[in-house]
Ligand binder design. Sequence first.
Ligand SMILES: Nc1ncnc2c1ncn2[C@@H]1O[C@H](COP(=O)(O)OP(=O)(O)OP(=O)(O)O)[C@@H](O)[C@H]1O
Length: 496
Amino acid sequence: MKEYWNSLASLLGVLAFSHSLLQLVFPPELRLLSLKFLSRIFHLFSSYCYFDITEIDGVNTNELYNAVQIYLSSFISLNGNRLSLTRALNSSATTFGQSNNDCIVDTFGGVTVVWEHVVIQRQSQTFVWRPFPEEKRGFTLKIKKKDKSLILHSYLDYIMEKSNEIRRKNQDRLLYTNSRGGSLDSRGHPWESVPFKHPSTFDTLAIDPDNKREIMDDLKDFADGQSFYHKTGRAWKRGYLLYGPPGTGKSSMIAAMANYLSYDIFDLELTEVHNNSELRKLLMKTSSKSIIVIEDIDCSVNLTNRKEKKNKSNDLETRHVSGVEDGVNSTVTLSGLLNFTDGLWSCCGSERIFVFTTNHVEKLDPALLRSGRVDKHVYMSYCSYPTLKIQLKNYLGYDETDLDSDVLNQLVDVVSKAEMTPADISEILIKKQSCNHKAVTELLEAMKLRADNNLKCGSLGERENSSDEEQEKRALECPKGLILNSLARKKRTWRR
Ligand SMILES: Nc1ncnc2c1ncn2[C@@H]1O[C@H](COP(=O)(O)OP(=O)(O)OP(=O)(O)O)[C@@H](O)[C@H]1O
């Protein structure tokens, strides 16, 4: 036993001596050089090439690293033995990631590639302006030399595109609003955001099915239209005007659009904007793939018809935003607003939809509504039979076949005469969810009553053409809501 320990000690002694000898004749710099040389020889004869994508490029975060991470997480299965799990800010989805120094195989365009996630402990940091993470992370892409020129660029482009898509899908949409009084938040941003969780979708939206199809197709064409807009030299943006009586679903439509396209919403409160330059700054801080909304534009900006105003003033610059509610005047002008939607500054981002809503379309200046600024005018109307069917399905789960044929005929007959908004109808249907038949009966009664009242207070044509005095007289005589209906009919006339 003693002999054994003796020989072990002398062996260790020899090893220590050889190690110090090696250090002396073969210093670390030389060793590094020989390693590099060996690796060059290896790569020269290897049929593979390697690409390192580090997490931090110099002092900046490498976008490609994040993209690869998200892309790979989309097909790492739950069956893996060791996966990293992450959840981003404002995200309701968990992301699965490759564990340290693991490899994963992918195929693109018939070519197989291997990804390795390389994690190395960073050496202790001396003073740096920006502290780096303790670990140095990166991906190494291993690809056959002969395939490199075939796929490398298209593969990386595909990864960027796919990761953006996944990121948008996983991340909750945000609803931004401009801060009160134009103040900036702690990050110097003029918009405040909250997660956007509105449940409205085109399935739940009660509008004419043909109209709905047309809008959905238009939005899809817009979202897929990058090359079209590029080819035709147009800014990649689209303008919508949603108009109609209150409660016909203008806000619900905006939410459905955002959910359909997975876009964020920037809800611009014009009365909080002090001047054109503030408006421009707000625009510059909006992101791509977003819907910029100005609700009730007739209430926030004094945009009465240009022709009517011409005698009073020819200068667009003199038209001011009026803080209608608080009486504060600011100096955002109509031309500032037109530049916002259509000028050079409107192109500082891309893939954005401008949506204006109003209950009084006749008050808006035609300059604001011309093509290019507002490409699509959507009238949000009272309930018709096709839209009523959607609401019955949404609230009661009823199809036509679930209704008694007599009740069905009465509903078909009375619905357009009643001129009720989807909001009116939902108010009735929402109360009676425990007893569906009772809800339908109550709805039918309410519709008949409305239709009777409409009849008593004159035909639609009469109301549309009546003078303001007559309308006021009717307001006193007729039940609440009918004068509103008459105004809304006027808007419909404008649409035609
Ligand atoms: N077309 C519709 N489809 C489904 N639900 C609707 C529709 N219109 C109104 N509603 C219901 O009525 C409520 C109010 O609708 P919404 O706020 O979208 O109307 P609006 O036209 O924007 O009204 P306002 O002009 O007063 O802002 C919604 O929460 C929704 O439940």
